[in-house]
Ligand binder design. Structure first.
Ligand SMILES: Cc1cc2nc3c(=O)[nH]c(=O)nc-3n(C[C@H](O)[C@H](O)[C@H](O)COP(=O)(O)OP(=O)(O)OC[C@H]3O[C@@H](n4cnc5c(N)ncnc54)[C@H](O)[C@@H]3O)c2cc1C
Length: 382
């Protein structure tokens, strides 16, 4: 192992994954997290097979599968519930199902327990104040007054990363896509046994099963100007944006009775040029590559980053070689996910009511092959 003492910035999905893998290999790992506690948004997350394989490496696959809902892929409909095309997933195999979705709170609980078992120490409400790469070690001063040396600092600090600029310099802030996603956890409708997607008039709705009892409803919408919506208005705004949907999504809209449990997320994107490290600093996950959630691959890419980095640190000959090997294994795969997610987002949002019949015909023709091309690549070992 090329490092003995590591600081991970951010106790999110990727940060906890990396910290656990390092801790399991005897590395002394400290994690600092800006939030005051371990709470997460009350929504769900889909984990495709490649992400489940990363969770297996961390040793938490069985628990994730036990609390989640395994499912086979995506079925596409128009906004009145007319079937466009069923795309059974080509992900997965004998080792893992194609997908398993679960609540973010459950995933966080599972990852935190694994980190604790690996002797990882987490400090909440703490950020980096100052950081100096001295060549053979990094001196870090944190907002709680601590000052210490580390062999490596890993920035897993998400979309609003401050580590990103320390590694890549200025000019790499995420760019707002023009779109946002509304999400609400609801009781699972018995018909929802895989991801169901509904193409509307410049919007797209969907439902993903999270457990026997719950599922989440989402809606992707144009949000020109990146407005700051008042959470008190979330119920009204989501209901308005779902106008025009009939069938299942119309029924779910009519069941919305206020802003509770609704989460709104503007969608932004960034893809740092390679490499994602500068000396002994590296950024990973959303901090390095933030993409639209349309392939549900964000956490999977973060967890894969963690697995590959630790693998290279474990088997590399020196740090520079390990970082170069890491980049070689990650850049193309992450770029595929980033670009494909962007293309799906912008393609779907360009479809208006008038274009919908022709778009549905095109989707019926093209989607199975397009999905297969991306999934076949992602089902390859990372
Ligand atoms: C609408 C939506 C739906 C999505 N659905 C899915 C899905 O179904 N499947 C999927 O795989 N992905 C999905 N994603 C993406 C996924 O949530 C992210 O890609 C994933 O969480 C990235 O992991 P991460 O560890 O890089 O960042 P995060 O999980 O965001 O963790 C970053 C952590 O760093 C902390 N932090 C921030 N700044 C600092 C700082 N300065 N100092 C210390 N700590 C800091 C944050 O508080 C946070 O805890 C979705 C995203 C969106 C927006």
């Amino acid at each position: 192992m090329l490092v003995q003492k590591v600081l991970v910035v951010g106790a999110g999905i990727g940060g906890l994954g990396a910290a656990t893998l390092l801790g399991q290999r005897g590395v002394q790992v400290e994690v600092i997290e800006a939030r005051p506690d371990s709470s997460v948004l009350g929504v769900g997350i889909n984990q495709p097979a490649n992400s489940l394989r990363a969770l297996a490496k961390i040793g938490v696959l069985d628990e994730c599968l036990r609390v989640g809902y395994s499912h086979s892929g995506n079925t596409f409909f128009d906004w009145h519930g007319n079937l466009i095309v069923d795309c059974p997933s080509r992900l997965g195999g004998d080792d893992v199902p194609a997908n398993s979705a679960l609540s973010r709170a459950e995933l966080k609980r599972i990852l935190l327990r694994a980190a604790e078992s690996a002797q990882v120490k987490i400090r909440y409400g703490v950020t980096v104040e100052d950081l100096t790469d001295e060549g053979d070690r990094v001196l870090v001063r944190t907002s709680d007054g601590a000052r210490d040396f580390y062999d490596l600092v890993i920035g897993f600090d998400g979309a609003k990363s401050t580590m990103r600029a320390l590694v890549a310099g200025p000019g790499h802030d995420p760019v707002f896509s023009g779109y946002g996603v509304w999400r609400k956890t609801m009781p699972r409708d018995p018909s929802v046994t895989n991801t169901l997607l509904f193409q509307g008039d410049r919007t797209k709705a969907g439902v993903i099963p999270l457990s026997e009892d719950s599922m989440y409803l989402f809606l992707v919408t144009p949000e020109p100007g990146n407005p700051r919506h008042d959470p008190a208005d979330f119920g009204t705004l989501l209901t308005e944006r779902l106008a025009g949907y009939t069938g299942l999504i119309g029924e779910l809209r009519d069941a919305i009775d206020g802003p509770d449990d609704i989460v709104y997320s503007p969608l932004s994107e960034v893809l740092l040029p390679a490499p994602w490290n500068r000396g002994r600093l590296i950024v990973l996950g959303d901090a390095a590559h933030l993409c639209a959630p349309h392939l549900t691959q964000g956490a999977g890419m973060a967890l894969e980053d963690a697995v590959v980095l630790v693998d290279e640190l474990d088997h590399g000959t020196d740090l520079d070689q390990a970082m170069a090997a890491f980049t070689g294994r990650r850049y193309e795969r992450v770029t595929l996910v980033h670009d494909a997610s962007h293309a799906i987002l912008t393609g779907e949002m360009a479809i208006d009511a008038e274009a919908l019949p022709a778009a549905c015909a095109h989707m019926r023709e093209a989607l199975p092959a397009q999905t297969a091309a991306v999934e076949d690549a992602l089902n390859q070992p990372f």
